[in-house]
Design a protein around this ligand. Structure first.
Ligand SMILES: Nc1ncnc2c1ncn2[C@@H]1O[C@H](COP(=O)(O)OP(=O)(O)OP(=O)(O)O)[C@@H](O)[C@H]1O
Ligand SMILES: O=P(O)(O)OC[C@H]1O[C@](O)(CO)[C@@H](O)[C@@H]1O
Ligand SMILES: [Mg+2]
Length: 320
């Protein structure tokens, strides 16, 4: 029977992680369990950085970005001896199960720990929205608001100076943030990892739009596809239009979580505790059509793919 639950946040921080920590803590304490917070993701698990969580530790955090537990990238967790030490640390504190809030990478860590005998539940917490088995991950909607606000500002200055602006958006290898932000921000051109759209194709389309009388444009592009500064120089040279590149960077990851992320995190956190109490392990939580679901974490990682929203792209193109 589970008496003590551990909780950690891992990978890039995402707004709403705190709301999830709070939900896990409150739900578990209300069910008579103990909660231990592990600091700095899998790194803290290995280094034995743990704190007892009470309701007082998680008060006033539902509205705070980042994660009060801290997070880290700790690639060494792929080594078995590191994981064995980490599990030993958990058993020393009599932790019976672990809730892991993070992205697809963190899910791999959760899968390994479950296979080594420690029941884990994964909660999707990443701005990238690249986790299979869920329509949305915690943090995505807040990042989207931040990005669209930035695009609105870029539209103002681009229009005033009759310039072309390139805006580089996070998402790693997932175009969800870029696609949604492009529609909401009225971007003229979209470059996504999921579709082939070369800079030569882009140039043809820009020239067409200039010919049609358009004198400014915002191009939204997912990170890692092009060197955006070089791309700006290329477009400027070929079109003779002033072109500027803006990389939004880490401002996309911070900030007050929007209401949807707070509610999503609260629901998922509570649900994860419920699953553990019902005897589930090696599961990951998701939301599909607004209903909470759970999947085998191995299957989610191996067989489930996040579908590309091709109809959204069609819509975006219809709006040019
Ligand atoms: N193959 C793996 N084996 C064991 N642990 C892993 C593996 N891949 C990732 N992890 C652990 O999960 C952590 C987080 O993974 P990653 O850096 O990919 O971020 P993420 O959870 O996908 O979140 P985000 O993409 O939002 O930053 C890693 O730093 C590492 O500790
Ligand atoms: O914080 P780091 O390690 O530089 O990682 C940046 C990456 O993290 C994310 O912000 C979240 O996964 C990605 O969008 C981005 O590629
Ligand atoms: Mg990831």
């Amino acid at each position: 029977m589970i008496k003590i639950i551990g909780i950690l946040t891992s990978g890039g921080d995402a707004p709403g992680m705190n709301a999830a920590i709070r939900a896990v803590t409150h739900t578990a304490l209300n069910k008579g369990l103990n909660v231990i917070g592990i600091q700095d993701g899998f790194l803290g698990l290995f280094k034995n950085r743990m704190i007892q969580l009470q309701k007082s530790n998680v008060s006033n955090i539902i509205n705070r970005g980042g994660t009060l537990l801290g997070s880290a990238r700790f690639p060494e967790f792929s080594q078995k001896d590191i994981r064995l030490t980490s599990i030993k640390n958990l058993y020393q504190r009599k932790i019976d199960a672990l809730i892991i809030i993070g992205g697809d990478g963190s899910y791999i860590g959760a899968k390994y720990l479950t296979n080594m005998g420690l029941p884990c539940i994964g909660i999707p917490g990443t701005i990238d929205n690249d986790v299979a088995g869920t329509d949305y991950s915690i943090g995505y909607f807040t990042a989207l608001e931040t990005i669209v606000e930035a695009i609105d500002r870029l539209q103002d200055t681009s229009a005033s100076h009759k310039r072309i602006s390139i805006v580089e958006i996070m998402g790693r290898y997932c175009g969800d943030l870029t696609l949604a932000a492009s529609i909401a921000g009225g971007c003229e051109f979209i470059i996504l990892p999921e579709i082939t759209y070369t800079k030569e194709n882009l140039l043809i389309d820009i020239k067409k739009s200039i010919k049609n009388g358009k004198n400014h444009a915002v191009i939204a592009i997912t990170e890692h596809l092009y060197d955006v500064k070089k791309l700006a120089r290329y477009i400027q040279e070929k079109t003779k239009r002033e072109t500027r590149a803006t990389t939004l960077g880490y401002i996309q990851r911070g900030g007050t979580p929007v209401v949807y992320d707070r509610i999503l995190a609260s629901r998922m956190g509570s649900y994860a505790v419920k699953l553990l109490l019902e005897g589930y392990q090696g599961r990951c939580v998701g939301i599909i059509n607004e209903v909470l679901v759970h999947h085998d974490i191995n299957n989610a990682l191996k067989y489930m793919k996040k579908p590309f929203k091709s109809d959204w792209l069609v819509t975006a193109k219809n709006l040019y």
